[in-house]
Ligand binder design. Structure first.
Ligand code: FES
Length: 160
């Protein structure tokens, strides 16, 4: 069973949509189910600080994926990039007062899409990329490639 918070975010998602001219975009797929998420950020500089001034998402996935995506956008809006990267899967799940165990994997989309959007922003602005973020990015790229291969195989099987 989903908590009331999950259902609330699912029925009325916050920050749903796309940002034109986003400063960073994250695109991730979930290997377990094939669902996808896009996350867009706008970054504002305040002295040395870089703050997420706007954030939106598009999730093609289940109730838990939509609720966690929506929750993470609210949690990191107005935060510095560094702080936003510290938000974990468990933080997001806790903010929703839990997820059914079988749906825990769905929350990965939200944290990975955020990491990818920040990675994209840093790369576009020729900024140093923290080691942990680079590692996460390489892992996500590999997963996305595997997902693309699976889709291709599936399409080929449909054509036979
Ligand atoms: Fe795919 Fe939940 S079943 S993200």
């Amino acid at each position: 069973m989903y908590t009331e918070k999950v259902l609330e975010y699912f029925h009325k998602p916050k920050n749903l949509g796309k940002i034109k001219n986003a400063d960073g975009v994250g695109k991730v797929g979930n290997l377990a189910c094939g669902d996808m998420m896009y996350l867009y950020i706008k970054v504002k500089k305040d002295g040395k600080k870089e703050i997420i001034s706007d954030i939106k998402f598009q999730t093609f996935g289940c109730v838990a994926a939509i609720a966690t995506s929506s929750a993470i956008t609210e949690m990191v809006k107005g935060k510095e990039l560094k702080e936003a990267l510290e938000v974990s899967k468990s933080d997001v799940i806790d903010s929703l007062e839990g997820l059914p165990p079988i749906k825990i994997h769905c929350s990965v989309l939200a944290t990975e899409a955020l990491a990818e959007a920040i990675y994209d922003y840093l790369l576009n602005n020729k900024r140093p990329i923290p080691k942990d973020l680079e590692k996460k990015h390489n892992h996500i790229v590999k997963s996305n490639e595997m997902l693309a291969e699976r889709y291709e195989e599936w399409i080929e099987n449909q054509e036979e």
